[in-house]
Ligand binder design. Sequence first.
Ligand code: MTE
Length: 391
Amino acid sequence: AGEGDPAILNLPPWSTSLGQPVAANPYGMPSKFERGLQRRESPGLTRVGGSSVAFTPLQGLFGIITPSGLHFERHHQGWHDVDPSKHRLMINGLVKTNAVFTMDDIMRLPSVSRIHFIECGANTGMEWGNVAVPTVQYSHGMISCSEFTGVPLKEILDMCGADYKKGRFVLAEGADGSSMTRTIPMELIESGEVLVAYGMNGEMLRPENGYPLRLVVPGVQGVSWVKWLRRIEVGDKPWATKDEAVHYVDLMPDGLHRQYTSIQECKSVITTPSGGQLLLDKGFYNISGMAWSGRGKVTRVDVSTDGGINWRQARLETPVLSKAVTRFNIDWVWDGKPAILQSRAVDETGYVQPSYGQLRKVRGTKSIYHNNAIQSWKVVESGEVSNVQVL
Ligand code: MTE
């Protein structure tokens, strides 16, 4: 140490030579030193990449917005880069005038931009019975949060003269080969929150995320956010399509399946320190994480470092938005002894994120969807952090 740090004493090449010209990367890319941060498929989880999921690396992200290139992907039958000049949106069913919109037609309409999370109902789905995966990327990485731009679906239905009295449901259909069709209750559309979106984080949607058009259904599980949206039908009852009658159902402890559970309940997770990371030494750490609720705003997050015996209130960083990710932070001085880190979120309805014990009492252990239990990360004396379950 007496000799000084050469990294500060000697001028590096980037201080003594010309840098690269502008537009060397016409569409900017992250630093080559950040290449490790990527969407990743969970090895062995699915058999073919066309019907699979790539998880967002939550452990390396800050704030509330997911960079578009790291937004998680879930496809039932692969993705296409759809030619927008050939894409159409059809409106039919209980409307006065059936209509077919081109992308140009849609992009002329009044638009709004809103920040919302999208979480696959299957997020954390492998953890119902016991610990299944090592990192937060795989345990919680089926959530992303973006600014979406588009037209409220209500505006488009108004233009077509939708019969809101009889037409209490809409069916949304995607243009891919998976025949993805989902029923959306009309109340959600009447609230003005459901968007027919073409923009994400200030640019057009990425092909993997539904370019050129997808449905945005704030607070509702990702499967209803139909990508490559090609048709909206107004009807008087739910359609009971394959992806709502057979898939995306919850097996309850009494052996019955629950259908149409679509709202993503309040949930949170600590993203640093988290599974697979290493604390270098005892001393100060910033514990950081994400909280969200499909029912509105997050009002409070408490953090425990002793497995749920004592809790301290975390700082909620602005902005705190409805049905969006909220970033929380809290100071922690690690004494070098074993610790268990947990976060517990509360939303504006007063709902408190449950422990695994509380959730399993109601839901059992055989579900896939809607696991919003408190996540625990164990820190051992070596500084290694791993995934554990605490009831
Ligand atoms: N829409 C279509 N047309 N096809 C699909 O396979 N997958 C759904 C939904 N919309 C899907 C779809 C599922 S299950 C989820 S979780 C979200 O899209 C994922 O959106 P993302 O890939 O943009 O993250």
